[in-house]
Design a protein around this ligand. Sequence first.
Ligand SMILES: Nc1ncnc2c1ncn2[C@@H]1O[C@H](COP(=O)(O)OP(=O)(O)OP(=O)(O)O)[C@@H](O)[C@H]1O
Length: 232
Amino acid sequence: MTSIQLDEAAVRVPLPGRGEREILAPTTLTLTEWRVAVIGANGSGKSTLARLVNGLVRPSSGRVLVDGLDVARDGAAVRRKVGFCFTDPAAQLVMPTCVEDVELSLRRTVADADERRRRAMEVLSAHGLADHAHDSVHSLSGGQRQLLALAGVLATDPVVVVADEPTTLLDRANTRRVADRLLGLEQQLVLVTHDLDLAARCDRVIVVDAARVVADGRPDEAIVHYTDLVDA
Ligand SMILES: Nc1ncnc2c1ncn2[C@@H]1O[C@H](COP(=O)(O)OP(=O)(O)OP(=O)(O)O)[C@@H](O)[C@H]1O
């Protein structure tokens, strides 16, 4: 597995006229597990933590390293290694048709247009979306759209996939499809989720509360910590 290292990484944002607010306290973690879940209340700092891993958010202090690459210094190289899947697939599906969207993901790695089309069709087939290749992305169901977004991310061959609440907008059946796909990936997964059943299927669970990691370890123990926190 890849090594994701946070070394006293903290994120602060300016508060107009009132100094700064810490949205992630200095955090030190080494993630080498296959599937790591990040859970916690709304606004606790989960997305901030996840976004640090691919450089969407820069640490205000401290460092974030992916396989030894510093996210602040080697951002482009890190983003080639770390794919990011958003809650709302609309944030990343920008082309008119499904096949064109996957081709867009491949534009940097596959120069030849015919080869790019062939590879994009392969990717769609692997995700059960070949029949929709020439359909508008808007004609897909929510679950299919999320799978297409994930297909686009995987087409770039990342070694880590960070998924930020990828099942939040989905019904039960689609949640299961997308979750099975994500949890079955060979890549290392960092999964931000409110779904404790999904967290329980991961190898390690990190609980974030009020901008701090407050529990970290085996899923059963960390989830109990979180539910105790909510019930307190
Ligand atoms: N760029 C920013 N500027 C100001 N505040 C921010 C910024 N990004 C995040 N925040 C604030 O930091 C806090 C943590 O945000 P974050 O998105 O990490 O929470 P979260 O745990 O992922 O929440 P949710 O479960 O609701 O998605 C929130 O209060 C949010 O409003």
